[in-house]
Design a protein around this ligand. Structure first.
Ligand SMILES: C[S@@+](CC[C@H](N)C(=O)[O-])C[C@H]1O[C@@H](n2cnc3c(N)ncnc32)[C@H](O)[C@@H]1O
Ligand code: SF4
Ligand code: SF4
Length: 350
C-alpha cells in the first residue's frame, strides 16, 4: 500500500513553558512527565534528516506536536527561513500558547512567515491561566499584537471549559478588535479519568487543587461523548478503521525523530495515561514487528524509507489484524468522529 504525504505536522521541540492539565507532557497540570525526553532540533539537523525532495513535495507544514510548544525551540525562525528558501510556496502554521519571547522576536516572525500562528487563548485575563498554567494572558496579547503589526496572520484558538464558557463571545469580539483573522472554538474530547473512563471534571495537580470541568452549556459539549458511550467498549477493537491522516496525505514527525501518520500514536509513548494504557505495549510490539524502533526514526532511517517501508506497512496492516491500537479504532473508527465534533468552527486540527 502506498502512502504519500503533502502535509507535515512537525514537533520541533518537546519543551514547554506551560503545564496544561490535559496535556500528556505532565501529570494533570503538575510536573513534566519523568520519561519524556526534552529535545529541540535545529536547521542543521533538519538539513541532514529531511531531504530537499521531501520538503519540496509539501504544501503545508504545521508546527504543533504532542508534548511541546514550538516557540520554545530557539531555532524556530532559522528553521522557517530554511524551509521557505527550499519551498517558497509552502504554507506554515504554528500552534502555541504564545506566552514566551518578546515583542521584537514576534515582529520578526510576523515579517517572515508565509502562514499563520494559532494562539491558544482559552479565556480572558481572569481565566486563561486556569488551563494554560504558567502563561500570562497579557503577555500573549502583547506578543500577538507585535506579530500582527509586523504583517503576521493570527488565529485565536479557544478551548471551552465550564470556567470560560461565559466569555466565548467577549473573546470573539476582542479577537476581531485586535485584528485576529479567525476565532476557533474547540470542544475538547479529553475528559477521561485516570482509569480512561469518561468523566465530567478532573482535579488539577496544584498546591491548592481545583477542578476543570466540561461546560454545562450543551452547545459547547463535544457530541462524541454521547456517541462513545453508545457504541460500547468493544468499539475501538472491532470497528472498521479509515486512517484520517492517510486520507488527508498527512504525516507526523516527533521531536525525537519518530515518524507516524499522526500525533495520536506519538501520544501513546510517554505520559501517565499512555504508559498505563495497553496501547503502549502494543506500540512497542509494532516497532518490533517492523524491525525495531530505529525503523521508525529519522535519526536512523531516511523519512522516505519509513513512510514507504516496513514501519508504515506494519501500521497499515495493524488496522485489519489483531495488533491494532485502540487509538486507531477510537480516532479513525467509521462511526465516531471525535475531531470533527471537536472543531466546530474550523477545517481540521490536531
Ligand atoms: C501539545 S499541543 C502543541 C502545540 C502548543 N503547545 C499548543 O498548546 O497550542 C497540541 C494541541 O493540543 C491542543 N490541546 C491542548 N489541550 C487540549 C484539550 N484539553 N483539548 C483539546 N485540545 C487541546 C493544543 O491547543 C494544541 O493545538
Ligand atoms: S502549551 Fe501545548 S505543549 Fe504546552 S502544556 Fe499546553 S498543550 Fe501541552
Ligand atoms: S489514529 Fe491510527 S488510523 Fe487514525 S490517523 Fe492515526 S495512524 Fe491513522
Amino acid at each position: 500500500m502506498s502512502y504519500s504525504a503533502t502535509f507535515l505536522e512537525w514537533e520541533i521541540t518537546s519543551a514547554c513553558n506551560a503545564s496544561c492539565p490535559q496535556c500528556p507532557r505532565n501529570y494533570y497540570g503538575g510536573k513534566t512527565w519523568h520519561s519524556l525526553p526534552i529535545v529541540q532540533v535545529d536547521r542543521k539537523w533538519a538539513e541532514q534528516h529531511l531531504s530537499i525532495e521531501f520538503i519540496e513535495s509539501l504544501t503545508h507544514i504545521d508546527f504543533c506536536g504532542t508534548y511541546g510548544d514550538p516557540i520554545m525551540n530557539n531555532n524556530l525562525i532559522d528553521i522557517v527561513e530554511w524551509l521557505q528558501s527550499v519551498n517558497p510556496s509552502v504554507y506554515i502554521t504554528i500552534k502555541t500558547n504564545g506566552g514566551i519571547r518578546n515583542a521584537n522576536w514576534w515582529a520578526k516572525l510576523g515579517s517572515i512567515l508565509n502562514g499563520a500562528v494559532y494562539f491558544a487563548l482559552d479565556g480572558l485575563a481572569d481565566t486563561n491561566h486556569l488551563y494554560r498554567r504558567g502563561v500570562n494572558f497579557d503577555d500573549v496579547i502583547v506578543n500577538a499584537r507585535a506579530f500582527m503589526a509586523a504583517g503576521g496572520t493570527a488565529h485565536w484558538a479557544y478551548i471551552v471549559f465550564k470556567h470560560n464558557q461565559h466569555q466565548v463571545e467577549e473573546a470573539r469580539e476582542l479577537a476581531a478588535n485586535l485584528g485576529f483573522s479567525d476565532f476557533n472554538v474547540k470542544l475538547t474530547s479529553r475528559f477521561f479519568d485516570k482509569k480512561h473512563v469518561l468523566t465530567d471534571s478532573l482535579e488539577v495537580n496544584d498546591a491548592n487543587p481545583y477542578t476543570i470541568s466540561i461546560p454545562d452549556n450543551s452547545i459547547y459539549v463535544n457530541n462524541s461523548y454521547q456517541k462513545i458511550n453508545f457504541v460500547g467498549k468493544d468499539y475501538a477493537a472491532t470497528v472498521t478503521i479509515n486512517c484520517k491522516f492517510k486520507q488527508l496525505k498527512r504525516v507526523y514527525l516527533s521531536a525525537e525523530g519518530y515518524v507516524f501518520p499522526c500525533g495520536w500514536l506519538h501520544d501513546r509513548m510517554y505520559g501517565f495515561e499512555a504508559e498505563q494504557h495497553p496501547d503502549h505495549e502494543r506500540l512497542i510490539t509494532l516497532f518490533d514487528i517492523a524491525g525495531g524502533k530505529e525503523m521508525a526514526n529519522v535519526n536512523h532511517t531516511p523519512i522516505d524509507q519509513i513512510v514507504h517501508g516496513k514501519w508504515f506497512e506494519t501500521l497499515e496492516a495493524s488496522w485489519t489484524n489483531d495488533s491494532r491500537l485502540h487509538r486507531c479504532g477510537m480516532m479513525c473508527g467509521e462511526k465516531v468522529d471525535i475531531i470533527k465534533d471537536q472543531n466546530k468552527h474550523i477545517r481540521f486540527d490536531s
